[in-house]
Design a protein around this ligand. Structure first.
Ligand code: AOS
Ligand code: ZN
Ligand code: ZN
Length: 386
């Protein structure tokens, strides 16, 4: 296979998981702007996700969030997805929206509240059994607001105990993906604030526990690609929640704020052999003011563009420059790949698999946006503040 053929082959197999909540109405704590045609239930979210896959060919799975996507029959929902050409992906738990969770969930000082949180996580594994999902994605809003509020070390013990129970319930081929976040909603201490804490818990738990890197969950200036390289090296990178940030957990379109950072991350993924099914490439975004489906298509394309550039890095030239200590040349090799316009290459890749070279234009021409605007009245809010 020529080098270009190998790059194309890798791009053809790339899969980006889209989140059900990105199709629903969302906003900030100031205002949720309702959009026309937004899904009214989980099935309609899957209909929209299927459109993203239809035009990109690269979004074959959809992440669910429980209880925002609560249904009576999850196996039927999975079947509904399959009939539309997609399958159900990660199950995202929610231990942050009940009054009981004011002081935390799995780390709460009260064992009764901890029991409730762990039971929810176990229920999520039951749902995975029904949907055929591989991954349970855990993000905890747990933490404290004031020094002295709770024992931060004991909270780690509670976390470890709860996670161990859920880990024990995982079946063969199922995984637990633990997500970290610097702060918010807790402001003084967060129970899983960084990759090191997530890694330490996952290491103790075992092989089925891996870390999720949400690209919006770091302090400004954090070298995320270093984290990615390290986790891949330790075989503990379970996946990504992709999005962009300017300030905090902005959840904007991936590759919008800093496409160069996304390229650097994808380079480490390629370099570390992470471009495969072992790493889940998920989006975790909200489209508050822009049209949702084209924004998700755009996001998938942004990931593809960063990946294509990462695949185009001349590794031999890079290694030679690095080993000879040629700083400028090494940097130039990387920048050459980053500065390549990969859009024609991706258009070609799409045409080779029978897709329109311009997924957004194809979506716009399809009439789907107009159809759902007429058919769907009273779209659902994603969940936050609902
Ligand atoms: C929260 O900030 C996180 O990024 C989570 O991944 C969260 O679970 C997701 O937004 C869906 O609830
Ligand atoms: Zn996330
Ligand atoms: Zn987040």
């Amino acid at each position: 296979m020529t080098e270009l053929a190998a790059v194309k082959a890798a791009l053809k197999t790339q899969a980006v998981e889209t989140p059900s909540w990105a199709y629903a109405n969302s906003g900030t704590r100031f205002k949720v702007f309702a959009q026309a045609g937004v899904p009214r239930n989980p099935r309609e979210k899957l209909d929209d996700a299927a459109k993203v896959h239809e035009f990109t060919g690269a979004a074959p799975t959809v992440a669910l969030h429980i209880p925002w996507d609560k249904v009576d029959d999850y196996a039927a929902l999975a079947q509904y997805a399959r009939e539309r050409g997609v399958t159900l992906g990660a199950i995202n738990s929610n231990t942050f929206q009940d009054d009981d969770y004011r002081l935390g969930s799995i780390c709460h000082p009260d064992p009764g509240v901890r029991r409730k949180a762990v039971d929810h996580l176990l229920e999520c594994v039951d749902i995975m059994d029904a949907t055929g999902s591989r991954d349970l994605k855990l993000w905890f809003a747990d933490g404290t607001n004031y020094p002295g509020q709770d024992d931060i070390r004991e909270r780690q013990d509670r976390l470890a105990e709860g996670l161990a129970e859920v880990y024990g319930r995982l079946g063969d081929g199922q995984r637990m993906l633990l997500e970290y976040k610097l702060f918010e909603p807790a402001f003084y201490s967060t129970d899983v604030p960084d990759w090191g804490t997530a890694y330490a818990h996952c290491l103790r738990l075992g092989e089925k526990a891996q870390v999720v890197v949400d690209t919006g969950h770091h302090a400004p200036g954090t070298n995320i690609e270093f984290i990615v390289a390290t986790l891949l090296r330790e075989r503990k990178l379970g996946g990504f929640d992709f999005n962009s940030r300017f300030y905090a957990d902005d959840d904007l379109m991936v590759g919008a704020a800093d496409p160069f950072q996304l390229f650097r991350i994808m380079y480490e993924v390629v370099r570390g052999g992470g471009l495969g099914p072992g790493v889940a490439f998920m989006l975790d975004q909200c489209h508050n003011i822009e049209a949702k489906i084209p924004a998700i298509i755009r996001s998938v394309m942004n990931v593809q563009e960063a990946t294509a550039k990462a695949l185009l890095v001349d590794r031999d030239a890079l290694v030679a420059a690095q080993r000879s200590g040629d700083v400028l040349e090494a940097n130039a090799v990387l920048m050459d790949a980053y500065n390549t316009d990969v859009r024609p290459l991706l258009a070609e890749v799409r045409q080779e698999v029978g897709l329109d070279p311009d997924p957004i234009a194809a979506y716009r021409r399809s009439g789907w946006a107009e159809k759902i605007a007429v058919e769907r009245v009273g779209g659902q809010q994603a969940g936050w503040g609902a």
